[in-house]
Design a protein around this ligand. Structure first.
Ligand SMILES: Cc1ncc(COP(=O)(O)O)c(C=O)c1O
Length: 403
């Protein structure tokens, strides 16, 4: 069958593919440990599930406005005011089927053919694919490995051309866990504003902050110019362990939001009605539940850092946020495992899955061929077992070519 060119060139989501493969192996009886998942292992807190049940019984089973219900957009407006110091009115907010869909709508609404979108590397694997789907051109801005992949104002300036239209920022970052501080962000944002760029600020990991970052820093809160040029993207998936509910949202300049709502009205109509209702409860009543999850992430992160420090050939910069460790495996490359010569991250991820039954995502999907992404959104017991296997794998590596 002849398919459209736009889908022929589309790379499938590597993270979802790894999770699917690990689950498949598990189902067929293999003892696979999955460090690939980009989602909290906890179930959604009961208070949110109960709210969805109640909403369904109360009749929230019908279409909603395409922008999302007014009640939820009011609750989000309040969230932005309280947590981010941002004054978004409900009509400058759109609720979408996940943050991924908010980004999709935004690129579709803003880009014309040939428009360039600046994406710091490493990046979340979806950004360049969505840019291409909107006929835009992804332009990668290589982050500084010594600063866990963060870019600075100078690097951004060098990458800007007359075709640059959007800068994507993602702090805390997937896959590195890097977090920009206020000064770093405002220097970058100044350059972006000078070049009249729109900034898409993906803040979906805002509640996963460790070390020196007690509160999140929203790009749009930096100045009124930043506010006017930023689309803030966020969602319920990570904070409330609601990945399957598909609730995301974006807030920003009204003409862009209106265009996104219009597109949504002709594509998905609206995000699921009772999931929207339950998200209001999540925003207002799930604070205690998310504190418990956060404490678990703090413990798991420390465990990973200690484990990695003891394993030969790998290292990482302690991630200040999110729930990933960006593991540099340069010391493994050029060595051989039981089944293959490890020439890049893809080889290492495949060998780990085949030989140690540990699923990780190769850095290639995020723009690096010498990193693996470890997700610590899994139990401490699984982390202990998994790192024991990674350690045994590291010690089994041999120098020299395959026999
Ligand atoms: C950086 C980043 N942004 C957005 C998303 C999308 O999340 P969702 O569509 O579940 O809201 C993810 C999910 O992995 C992510 O890592």
């Amino acid at each position: 069958m002849r398919l459209a060119q736009r889908v022929a060139a589309l790379a499938p989501s590597a993270t979802l593919a790894i999770t699917a493969r690990a689950n498949e192996l598990k189902k067929s009886g293999h003892d696979v440990i999955n460090f690939g998942a980009g989602e909290p292992d906890f179930n959604t807190p009961d208070v949110i599930i109960d709210a969805a049940n109640a909403a369904m019984r109360a009749g929230a089973t019908k279409y909603t406005p395409s922008a999302g219900t007014l009640e939820l957009r009011k609750a989000l407006s309040e969230k932005f005011r309280q947590e981010n110091g941002l004054r978004y009115t409900p009509d400058s907010i759109v609720v979408t089927s996940g943050a991924k869909h908010a980004l999709y709508l935004a690129f579709q609404a803003l880009l014309n053919p040939g428009d360039e979108v600046l994406i710091p590397t490493p990046y979340w694997t979806t950004y360049p694919e969505q840019v291409k789907l909107a006929d835009g051109i992804p332009v990668f801005v290589p982050g500084d490995p010594k600063r866990n992949g963060k870019i600075d104002a100078r690097q951004l300036r060098q990458a800007i051309t007359t075709h640059s239209r959007v800068l994507v920022l993602n702090s805390p970052n997937n896959p590195t866990g890097a977090v920009y501080n206020t000064k770093e962000l405002s220097d970058i944002v100044d350059v972006a504003l000078d070049a009249d760029l729109m900034i898409f600020s993906d803040e979906i990991y805002e509640h996963f902050l460790y070390e020196d970052f007690p509160t999140s820093c929203s790009v749009a809160a930096l100045s009124s110019a930043a506010f006017n040029h930023t689309l803030t993207i966020n969602g319920a998936s990570k904070t409330y362990a609601m990945t399957g509910w598909r609730i995301g949202y974006a807030a920003g300049p009204k003409p862009l939001i209106d265009a996104m709502v219009n597109l949504q009205s002709q594509s998905t109509s609206n995000p699921t009605s009772f999931a929207q209702a339950a998200t209001i409860t999540a925003l207002r009543e799930a604070q205690e539940a998310i504190r418990g999850m956060y404490d678990a992430f703090v413990q798991r992160r420390s465990f990973c850092l200690e484990a990695i420090a003891r394993i030969p050939g790998i290292n990482c910069i302690p991630p200040a946020g999110a729930f990933y460790v960006w593991m540099d495996i340069s010391g493994w490359l050029g060595k051989r495992s039981e089944t293959r010569l490890l020439e890049n991250a893809d080889d290492a991820a495949a060998a780990l899955l085949d030989e140690a039954q540990v699923a990780v995502v190769p850095g290639t999907s995020f723009g690096s061929n010498h990193h693996l992404r470890i997700s610590y959104a899994t139990s401490l017991e699984e982390l202990q077992r998994g790192f024991q296997r990674i350690s045994a794998f590291a010690y089994s590596l041999q120098d020299g070519p395959m026999e």
